[in-house]
Structures are given as C-alpha cells and as structure tokens.
Design a protein around this ligand. Structure first.
Ligand code: FES
Ligand code: FES
Length: 98
C-alpha cells in the first residue's frame, strides 16, 4: 500500500511530465521573416523541427500538430519562432515576454 507521500510524489511526477510534454521548444525568440510563394505550408508548433519554421515530422510522439496555412499570393510573412504566439503561425509579439 502506498503512503500519502508516495502518492503525492507519483502525482507530482505525472503532472510534471504532462507540463513538459505540452511546452514547445523555442527555436528562436524572434519571428522568421520570409518571402514565400503562394502555396500551402505547415508551420512547426512543437519547436523540434530541424527545418524551422516548418514541420519536418519531429512532433511525432508529442502533444503537438503542425499548423497548416495557405498563401494565395507571394507574401512577406513573420512566422513565429518562439512557438508561443496566440496568432499561430504568425508572430504576435509574445516572444518579448518569454
Ligand atoms: Fe514541429 Fe511537426 S516538427 S509540429
Ligand atoms: Fe513567437 Fe514573435 S516569435 S510571438
């Protein structure tokens, strides 16, 4: 039978692991400023991709999924590099508060 301390410790470990799982990595604390052709893109939300700011499949096994976005014409974009924007995939200035 587990003691109260052991149960509390196990619950703390589970909560901590979930918190870690739901926090993205931060490739850079600034937007990726890019000129992109019209088309569909998948922005990396987990921060693990080696092809930032785009998804390379490295989110597998995490809580994250890439964000799909489409440009109807060639555009200059500011894609979030810190992965904390509320306007994903675009930078909203949240990197200034990290
Ligand atoms: Fe980060 Fe796919 S690699 S969302
Ligand atoms: Fe993420 Fe600006 S780079 S909010």
């Amino acid at each position: 039978m587990l003691s109260t301390d052991e149960i509390t410790l196990r619950m703390t470990i589970i909560v901590t692991q979930e918190e870690i799982m739901s926090e993205p990595e931060i490739p850079q604390k600034a937007p990726f400023i890019m000129e992109l052709e019209a088309g569909t893109y998948w922005w990396c939300a987990c921060g693990k991709s080696t092809n930032q700011p785009f998804c390379d499949g490295s989110h597998k096994g995490t809580d994250f999924e890439p964000i799909e976005f489409t440009l109807t014409e060639k555009s200059k974009v500011y894609l979030c590099g810190c992965k904390h924007s509320s306007d994903r995939p675009f930078c909203d200035g949240a990197h200034n508060k990290i």
